[in-house]
Design a protein around this ligand. Structure first.
Ligand code: ADP
Length: 192
């Protein structure tokens, strides 16, 4: 099973991706997690990406397309994967199409979590509070200023990705405002 999870920052993609991982036994490929790991490790990609990520902007298409192209070749991704946070621009979606065609692979579904924008900032603030309470470090971009930039990037660059897949008849939209378990059930139903 090869899936894409779409939705704005704070929509709950990470939570639902974890449940899809458990259900289908395929890995979650989160470009956000991979980029944060690169930043932490101080790799050339991480050094390039850090400032733009901290500010809430998008890392260049070349970098993330390269990361995904390599990652889906790894052994654990052979039986499928869940893309979380990628593609985030129509150019990335087109690059993914080319990449999959070249590898002879097909997508099974594109799942979109629809969330009321007004709820998103509160969710991000809550995530930051819970992280602190658990003794963890808050993400450098989980603050109101960077969040506003992330939301603007989502509206301008990622919302068109939903339209791109809708045009291909691949998009399945689920209400991301429902309780977590209900969202999980709706996703399972959408996958048939
Ligand atoms: P969110 O929780 O906002 O959905 P992610 O953890 O997916 O965020 O990503 C965090 C940051 O990493 C983004 O704001 C962006 O700077 C960078 N990033 C992640 N995926 C991509 C991508 N596909 N294209 C460009 N930048 C990306």
């Amino acid at each position: 099973m090869r899936l894409i999870l779409l939705g704005p920052p704070g929509a709950g993609k990470g939570t639902q991706a974890q449940r899809l991982v458990a259900r289908y036994g395929i890995p979650q490929l989160s470009t956000g997690d991979m980029l944060r790991a690169a930043v932490k490790a101080g790799t050339p990609v991480g050094l390039k990406a850090k400032a733009v990520m901290d500010a809430g902007g998008l890392v260049s298409d070349d970098i993330v397309v390269g990361i995904i192209n390599d990652r889906i070749e790894e052994a654990d991704a052979k039986k499928g994967f869940i893309l979380d946070g990628f593609p985030r621009t129509v150019a990335q979606a087109e690059a993914l199409d080319r990449m999959l065609a070249q590898k002879g692979l097909k997508l099974d579904a594109v799942l979109e979590l629809k969330v009321d924008e007004k709820a998103l900032l509160a969710r991000i603030e809550n995530r930051a509070r819970e992280t602190v309470a658990a003794g963890g470090a808050v993400r450098a971009d989980d603050n109101p200023e960077a969040f506003k930039v992330r939301l603007d990037a989502y509206r301008a660059q990622t919302a068109p990705v939903s339209a791109y897949y809708e045009g291909k008849g691949a998009l399945k939209t689920v209400d991301g405002m429902a309780p977590i378990d209900d969202v999980t059930a709706a996703l399972a139903k959408a996958l048939g």
